[in-house]
Ligand binder design. Structure first.
Ligand SMILES: CC(C)(COP(=O)(O)OP(=O)(O)OC[C@H]1O[C@@H](n2cnc3c(N)ncnc32)[C@H](O)[C@@H]1OP(=O)(O)O)[C@@H](O)C(=O)NCCC(=O)NCCS
Length: 129
């Protein structure tokens, strides 16, 4: 799993309990999944279709640094299925896991569009060609 994005927990990210607000974390995860899928599928019209059970295992406090990791579970026809883990950057304590996030590549009519991808690619390798 690659951890690309780091976030710093600020006062506006907290719930009334003084810990990280779950909705904020889900927003960050959804954006990270979208960015990951758009880059992999090379289609900016890629949307979130499905998220499996969300398991908040621990929390984070103001000033903590968290990192968001993504991995590919499966390349489908029009979809890509991702797995997500968020952890505390300093302690490595896991904050949340989501086993399946399904992102779907769309055409300009908003219909599912086959992406033709079968494996993880790196932008630097694409640029060599
Ligand atoms: C994404 C969307 C076009 C898919 O439409 P659809 O009629 O289900 O399309 P398909 O049946 O062709 O399925 C497309 C892919 O999604 C997958 N899929 C569909 N429903 C799914 C579900 N409930 N769970 C997991 N995957 C699902 C299919 O397996 C298929 O994958 P594949 O092509 O890799 O085999 C449509 O549901 C949609 O527009 N949803 C709204 C998405 C959106 O706006 N998200 C932003 C948040 S609001």
């Amino acid at each position: 799993m690659r951890f690309h994005t780091r976030k710093w927990i600020k006062p506006q990210d907290l719930n009334p309990n003084g810990t990280l607000f779950g909705g904020r974390l889900l927003e960050w995860i959804d954006e990270e999944a979208a960015l990951y899928a758009i880059i992999q599928l090379e289609n900016s019209r890629t949307v979130t279709k499905f998220m499996s059970e969300i398991d908040f295992k621990s929390s984070a406090r103001e000033g903590d640094i968290v990192e968001i990791g993504m991995d590919v579970v499966k390349f489908g026809n029009a979809s890509i299925t991702l797995r997500c883990e968020v952890r505390n950057k300093m302690t490595r304590e896991v904050i949340i896991t989501i086993e399946r996030i399904v992102m779907v590549s769309l055409d300009d009519q908003g219909k599912a569009k086959p992406h033709g991808k079968t494996e993880i690619e790196f932008v630097k390798d694409r640029l060599k060609n």
